[in-house]
Design a protein around this ligand. Structure first.
Ligand code: TMP
Length: 223
């Protein structure tokens, strides 16, 4: 059995990751590819419990390194129970956020211990580095406004509630990462209309992962 492909979506708040992960999953299914969609933190029963703890802000007072360890524990559970079995069965895996969110949110913006950050990535992610990563690029204030509209009256989560400078720093750091790791990462202009954004994504999937077909963006997909 050939191992499936592993694709991740990364970027700041409200940058359209989830919408385009769903559109890509639909498009790949139309090509006859068996695909699962998952997310982080979460994506397995154990990791979803940890998602709740992390995003509620309950662990914030423990400090950045402790939060980093929680993300690592959640990722370990997610890889072992969801990602690894799917890839081994030949399925493609599309994941909304993965190791780059840790690098940027905890490592760069959160200033966690760099040795711990790198060591945890090496140990937890190991061979499960994504084949392709989309970095959805959008001005931080535009993304935050979108995220706020989406959540309505409910409270901002642990990271959305950070200061505007934190979110600007995320954007810059993601842009730098896309340049430094251009073999794996593709920077997407997420400020364009939805069909034009998806076009950039599908072009990259076709050229980098060798799947065929003309994109047919499904209108009205969940955002
Ligand atoms: P989201 O699912 O709505 O994108 O929320 C996840 C939040 O968690 C988002 O603010 C980014 C943050 N996050 C990290 O800080 N580090 C990580 O490793 C991951 C996966 C997410």
């Amino acid at each position: 059995m050939t191992r499936g492909r592993f694709i991740t979506f990364e970027g700041g708040e409200g940058s359209g990751k989830s919408t385009h992960a769903t559109l890509l999953a639909q498009q790949l299914k139309q090509q006859g590819i068996d695909v699962i969609q998952t997310r982080e933190p979460g994506g397995s029963p154990g990791a979803e419990i940890m998602r709740h703890i992390i995003l509620s802000g309950a662990a914030k007072h423990l400090g950045g390194d402790a939060e980093l360890l929680l993300f690592a524990a959640a990722r370990d559970d997610h890889i072992r129970n969801t990602i690894a079995p799917a890839l081994a069965a030949g399925q493609w895996v599309i994941c909304d956020r993965f190791m780059d969110s840790t690098r940027i949110y905890q490592g760069i913006a959160g200033k966690t211990n760099p040795r711990l950050t790198r060591a945890l990535e090496r140990i937890v992610v190991g061979e499960y580095v994504p084949d392709l990563t989309f970095i959805m690029d959008l001005p931080a204030d535009t993304g935050l406004a979108r995220a706020q509209r989406r959540r309505g009256n409910s409270q901002a989560d642990r990271f959305e509630a950070e200061a505007p400078e934190f979110h600007e720093m995320l954007r810059e750091a993601f842009r730098i990462l896309a340049k430094q790791d251009s073999d794996r990462c593709v920077l997407i202009d997420a400020g364009k209309p939805k069909p034009a954004v998806f076009d950039q994504i599908w072009t990259a999937v076709r050229s980098r992962l060798g799947v065929g077909g003309v994109a047919r963006v499904v209108e009205g997909a969940a955002s």
